[in-house]
Every structure is written in C-alpha cells, then in structure tokens.
Design a protein around this ligand. Structure first.
Ligand SMILES: [Zn+2]
Ligand SMILES: [Zn+2]
Length: 403
C-alpha cells in the first residue's frame, strides 16, 4: 500500500517544485517575493525533517548495506552530499529519530528545522534519556522562540542537566587554545589561532572597541579597522603597560638606520627593524619621527668609505644617551593643543597618536610645537609611506594627496 502512496506523493511534490521553478518572477513585487521566501524556506525545513525521519528508518534497517553500500554515510553520496553533510544528517537522524515529538513538530512546520536540531544537539550532549522528560517543554519553546533565544535555552538546559560536561567542554576548549603570528617570506605577518569562548570574547570586545568607527569620511574597511585596532592594542600596551625589563630595557621595536638614510632625498639605503628585517627608509623616517633615539658613531672600516649599519660589521666608537625625539614636556603641550589625530576628519584620541615632524628632524626640522602635529598610525603612514603632504595653516591641518 505504502509503496503506492509514496511515489504518488513524491510525484506531486516534484510537479509542485517544477511549477515553482517555471514561474516568472520578473514582475513579482518584493512584498510577494518576501512571502515566497518564507514559504519556500518553511517547505525546505519541513522536507529536511521528513528526510531525517526516513533516513532514521533506513539507517536502522541497514538499508545502505542491503543496497550494496558500506555505510549510510557513504550511501548518501548518491544524494549528491559531501561526506560531511551526509555524516551530519545521519547524526541528526540517530538522535531526532529517538525524539518523535521534536521531529513531528519540525515535519509539521511548527518548529523550524534549526530549532529542532538544537534539541538534537542537546540530546547528543547529555543523552536522549535525560532530555525525554523535558521534550514537550523544549518542543513548545522551539515552536515559539527565535534561533538566538532557543540557543540560550538549550545551553541553559545543558548547564542544568550536565554541569560537569559543560565544564569539561570548557576546559577542553581552553586546552585547545593556540595562536601563531608568523612572518611570511614577503615580510607580512599572518595571524592564526583559536581561543576559548571567554578569551575570544575579551579579544573581540577590545578590538571592536578600538575599531569602532572613529572618524568621519572613513576610508578603511571594517576589516582594516580591526587590523589597525590590534596593532594599536599592542602599541598602547608596550607604551604604557607594566613590563618587566628585557636586557635592562622595556620591550620595544628597534630600528637601526644610518643617519644619512633618514634625510629626505638620500639614496635608498637599508634600514633594519629588529625581528622584521630590512624596511623602507620612509618607514624608518616615520618611526623615527616619534621615538627613543640612540646615536651610535661607528668606526669607518679600514680603507673604505664610512659604513652603513647592517652591512659591514663596524665597531661603535661611541654610544650616546637614549633620548626621546619629542621630549616629554613638548609631547604634553602637543597633546594639549591637538587632543588627538589632526588629520582632517579623524577623531582618534591622543593615546593612539604619534608626534609627526612636519619638517623631519633628520632634515634639520626643529622639535617645536610649530613643526609638530599629532597623527594616528594610519594617518601617519599616509603622510610618510603614501606620500600625502601636511601643513598647518591658521591652526588648521591641511592635507594634500600625492601629486
Ligand atoms: Zn612623521
Ligand atoms: Zn587619524
């Protein structure tokens, strides 16, 4: 009997889908399209649930093996599924098949399929027997709650039923944490990693707070803003954080560069950043704008022109005292005057700014307020590496793109 009824239902379903895909939608209003979308999605959900019901029975009766297959998962590839998608369905079938009230609700279209799968995941975590007494309450919730609220409910239920399991999962996630920050051959750093829920939320909150749309006329993408925020986080930590000294100094970045290289218009010579390698002289000029400077005089190599740091090993004749290129009192005055980045349209706060010498100190520019302007890192880059010019006219910063 059933063998006759099922092909008939399938035939009608196929005809219905055929009619749907043949329909012209060119003149359909968006309002009607919206109704279509909810209707179609609901049908897909119900069909997913029905698929799971049949799969449960097929799997239990070893239908795959009877058909010459090795396992239900491998057999499902005939449905055009990847192994991952097939394994997920089989997993669901084995749990949802034991929770008929949940499956019925999804098949009838009362609960969305995704809400029903959340009950299945809960049952997987704590065991079907543990969930069974609450199944009707959970189904009632699945029929009324949105997915976010449903997730919260199943998570809270899991915590009630299986606090030790939740703790063990948390500990496992914590143990699995990892992070890598690797430099590629091209010099770029690639960051990869995995954090537990709390650690990840902390990092995300910190980055989102810093990346939050700080300036008008913002040209950076959200992703670029988050990348800048991560760098700001590191810079702020190194600048103001409490660190144990390493080799008698606070941890910092070191740039080694010949005094000539810092002058504008000089021949392109190598500057080096510790832990990074050679960097462009303009990057060295930007970093040198606002840094701690130590002048080292080197002995010229015998019978040769004065050497550049980084190439020929040269003996230091004298090492000067470490001084800030912008002394503390001038920095304070600069912060009071600028109160953040002065690039037009930018309102990033002073804590994220460098002091930029309009005429570089290496070119004889004085470290005086008139020759200084606060710029955040992306805007400081824009002025150095990206060739924008900046000057102050009547107390207003005027910028111009490169010619
Ligand atoms: Zn600068
Ligand atoms: Zn800025």
């Amino acid at each position: 009997m059933e063998a006759l009824a099922i092909p008939d239902a399938r035939e009608r379903l196929r005809q219905g889908v055929d009619a749907l895909v043949d329909e012209s939608i060119d003149d359909v209003s968006t309002h009607a399209l919206g109704k279509d979308l909810t209707d179609i999605r609901r049908c897909i959900d119900r069909l997913e649930a029905e698929f799971v019901r049949r799969l449960h029975r097929f799997d239990r009766a070893h239908g795959a093996q009877a058909d010459g297959g090795v396992s239900t998962v491998s057999w499902l590839r005939r449905c055009g599924m990847t192994v991952k998608a097939a394994a997920y369905r089989v997993h669901l079938a084995r749990t949802l098949g034991e929770l008929p009230a949940t499956l019925d609700s999804a098949r009838a279209g009362r609960a969305s399929f995704s809400n029903a799968t959340m009950i299945a995941h809960l049952a997987e975590d704590v065991g079907v027997e543990q969930v069974r007494p609450f199944e009707s309450i959970l189904v009632g919730a699945a029929e009324t709650l949105n997915p976010g609220a449903m997730r919260t409910l199943t998570q809270a239920t899991r915590l009630r039923l299986d606090p030790d399991g939740v703790l063990a999962d948390d500990n496992r996630a914590h143990e699995r944490r990892w992070f890598e920050c690797e430099q590629t051959y091209g010099g770029v750093f690639v960051l990869r990693g995995e954090l537990d829920a709390e650690g990840g939320a902390l990092v995300k909150t910190a980055i989102d707070t810093l990346a939050h749309g700080m300036s008008r006329g913002e040209t950076r993408s959200g992703s670029q803003r988050r990348a800048d925020a991560l760098v700001d986080l590191a810079a702020t930590q190194l600048r103001s954080g409490d660190h144990r000294d390493v080799h008698g100094q606070r941890p910092h970045l070191t740039v080694t560069v010949g005094a000539d290289t810092l002058r504008s218009g000089a021949d392109v010579q190598v500057a080096e950043m510790g832990g990074v390698g050679p960097i462009h002289p303009e990057t060295a000029r930007r970093i040198a704008c606002d840094a701690v400077r130590t002048m080292v005089t080197l002995a010229p190599p015998v019978g040769d022109a004065p050497s550049t740091v980084g190439s020929t090993p040269a003996l230091p004749l004298s090492v000067g005292r470490a001084t800030r290129t912008i002394p503390a009192h001038i920095r304070t005055a600069l912060h009071l005057r600028d109160q953040g980045c002065r690039f037009p349209g930018c309102d990033r706060p002073e804590a994220w700014t460098d002091g930029h010498h309009i005429v570089h100190w290496a070119d004889g520019g004085p470290t005086e307020l008139e020759n200084l302007v606060s710029l955040c890192r992306p805007h400081h880059r824009r002025v150095h590496e990206q060739g924008w010019s900046i000057h102050i006219a009547d107390g207003v910063a005027v910028v111009e793109p490169p010619p």
